[in-house]
Design a binder for this molecule. Structure first.
Ligand code: HEC
Length: 141
């Protein structure tokens, strides 16, 4: 009698355990969907990433990314006399100075003007600033 009850309990326990596993399996995709936003990996250039996440990504940012993050505040509006992106006339004389001069202005700024060193992006590498300058030049001629 005792043996039979034990066997029955063991069988019932196994069945319950199996049911628990099956339930987990059925809900797995729903759970994965729920936790996905937290664990989602954000790759540079991925449009689903916010700007901050892109900035935190390792590896150099593209010139366009740097421009959008650090330069457009002035270079889209012309604030303080900044040459506006796409304004061919405003850029012609500057482009004529050559790439090296413009790269230097991007990294070190233009003394006495609103063009501060690196456009204020102090966590930008020199190469990232060069890329941003190149992006501005390419789109302004
Ligand atoms: C706070 C405003 C401001 C920000 C932000 C800014 N600029 Fe400028 N930028 C200026 C102004 C003003 C000038 C014009 C300076 C002058 O009178 O020659 C300028 C000029 C330039 C020039 C032309 C320099 C020359 O020698 O003709 C380059 C290149 C440039 N900026 C690159 C950048 C880049 C790259 C960024 C972002 C990383 C940036 N700027 C962010 C205000 C800004």
């Amino acid at each position: 009698m005792i043996t039979r009850v034990t066997v029955f309990l063991a069988a019932a326990t196994l069945a319950a355990a199996a049911a628990a596993v099956e339930l987990t399996g059925a809900q797995r995709s729903a759970i994965e969907d729920r936790i996905k936003p937290v664990g989602e990996i954000c790759l540079q250039g991925d449009s689903s990433c916010g700007g901050a996440a892109v900035a935190a990504a390792s590896g150099p940012r593209s010139g366009e990314d740097v421009y959008n993050g650090a330069c457009m505040a002035c270079h889209t509006t012309g604030a303080g006399g900044a040459p506006v992106l796409g304004d061919v006339a405003a850029w012609a004389d500057r482009i004529a100075k050559g790439t090296a001069a413009l790269h230097d202005a991007g990294v070190n700024g233009v003394p006495g003007t609103g063009m501060i060193a690196k456009g204020g992006c102090m966590n930008c590498s020199d190469d990232e600033i060069y890329a941003a300058v190149d992006y501005m030049v390419e789109n302004s001629q």
